[in-house]
Design a protein around this ligand. Structure first.
Ligand code: PEP
Length: 248
């Protein structure tokens, strides 16, 4: 089954890293999965030169403007991402989340263009999980995504959510597979019951947090998992290429 395999490079990479990375990746990739690479903004254009029609998709790591007509030092608009070859953006990653504003900004990207698919990141902190509050927090994080005011111009064709428990990011700890499936089902049900346009079949949920070559096949095979979002392991080109080449 075709899965989404996404690489979040965060603030890693250099011109040389990218050249070496794609020299290997393009020779060894043999995948029917949908691959998305999120390089740092400064390197999006360089990475775009290695794309052809089908080999991988390209995304920005954050949509961070407040209003279409507002100025924002350090900001990027959805049009700029599209202009540089992106067809995806992350929004609300835990490292930049801060507040629900990330979702509202991403909503603006959604209606600014149907050419930019947003991946909304959600996930609970360790304390929240310990206190049994995971579903409450996820509900709060997903509320804006389902708000009709997010979609004043065009309705999205699908919603992609990345479930990334904050305590699993970069730690080597992952939830039990049953817990991942349970939360993914919860997200799909919540969004389909509350979203103004979309049905459960239009909602995809990726898992993120310490995914590597050893655990990727099991995670990708778990019920309700439509793909993975990978940080650290996506910087190791051999490991990432092998994950992309998995057949589920
Ligand atoms: C991330 O930060 O989105 C992430 C999933 O990181 P890692 O794979 O390194 O845990």
């Amino acid at each position: 089954m075709k899965k989404i395999i996404a690489a979040n490079w965060k603030n890693n990479g250099s011109k040389k890293f990218i050249k070496d990375y794609f020299d290997y990746f393009l020779k060894n990739i043999d995948s029917k999965n949908e691959i998305i690479i999120f390089p740092p903004d400064l390197y999006i254009d360089q990475v775009n030169h290695y794309r052809d029609k089908d080999n991988f998709n390209l995304g920005g790591q954050n949509i961070n403007y407040l209003r279409d007509d507002a100025t924002l030092t350090s900001g990027n608009s959805s049009d700029m991402f599209i202009d540089n070859g992106c067809n995806y953006t992350l929004a609300g990653h835990s490292e930049v989340r801060g507040s629900d504003i990330a979702f509202i900004q991403a909503g603006k990207a959604l209606y600014a263009s149907n050419d930019l698919q947003v991946i909304f990141c959600v996930g609970e902190e360790a304390d929240t999980k310990k206190n049994g509050n995971t579903q409450n927090i996820l509900t709060k994080q997903l509320e804006d995504l389902c708000d009709k005011r997010m979609y004043p111009k065009v309705s999205p064709r699908k919603v992609i959510v990345a479930y990334e428990p904050v305590w699993a990011i970069g730690t080597g700890n992952i939830p039990k597979l049953n817990d991942i499936s349970f939360i993914h089902k919860f997200i799909k049900t919540y969004v389909s019951e509350n979203h103004p346009f979309l049905k459960e079949k239009d909602i995809m949920v990726l898992y993120g947090g310490s995914v590597n070559l050893k655990n990727a096949k099991d995670i990708l095979s778990a019920p309700y998992v439509d793909g993975v979002l990978i940080g650290g392991a996506s910087l190791e080109v051999k490991e990432f290429t092998n994950i992309c080449n998995l057949k589920i």
